[in-house]
Write a protein that binds this ligand. Structure first.
Ligand SMILES: Nc1ncnc2c1ncn2[C@@H]1O[C@H](COP(=O)(O)OP(=O)(O)OP(=O)(O)O)[C@@H](O)[C@H]1O
Ligand SMILES: [Mg+2]
Length: 144
């Protein structure tokens, strides 16, 4: 059963646990856009999603490459970070369209920097700081 948003995430373990649920429910071909400031918990949520998919290896922000591929879980996952992408064509040259077609799960940190690349079906989630913890909300109904 999927939680109703917004969800309070008092600590990092809560972010992982929610990610785990998202990972368990994820379907082939989905795209998840993770909005949120520096340190909001986007990578942490992705770690939970990968845990929920049964992926056992390390999951980190794709800092030195634009994408990290996680193979071996229930779905193949392509984890993008648009933070250092200046032009859309950098992603298109990398094969963005092919990644969308590969029948895996695409996860994007900093999606708002190049929103035009995200397909209509994209699920937009936003993480926000609140006190020591975070809140996550689903932006689907806000026309983002
Ligand atoms: N719900 C939470 N409450 C408190 N701390 C959290 C929570 N979720 C994650 N954190 C912590 O916040 C820190 C930053 O998390 P993370 O690296 O996932 O952020 P990010 O959004 O990916 O940042 P960046 O924009 O730099 O990629 C980590 O130390 C993580 O453990
Ligand atoms: Mg990150």
């Amino acid at each position: 059963m999927f939680p109703s948003f917004p969800v309070k995430l008092p600590d990092a373990a809560a972010t992982i646990a929610l990610g785990h649920e998202i990972g368990r429910a994820a379907r082939a071909g989905e795209v998840i856009a993770l909005v949120g400031d520096l340190g909001a918990g986007k990578t942490t949520l992705t770690q939970g999603i990968m845990e929920g998919l049964g992926y056992k290896q390390e999951v980190t922000s794709p800092t030195f490459s634009l994408v990290q591929e996680y193979l071996g879980g229930r779905l193949e996952v392509f984890h993008f970070d648009f933070y250092r992408v200046e032009e859309e064509h950098e992603l298109l040259d990398l094969g963005w369209d092919d990644y969308l077609e590969r029948g895996g799960l695409v996860i994007v940190e900093w999606p708002s920097l190049h929103p035009g690349l995200l397909p209509k079906k994209t699920r937009w989630l936003e993480l926000r700081h609140t006190g020591e913890g975070r809140i996550i909300d689903d932006l689907r109904n806000e026309g983002v």
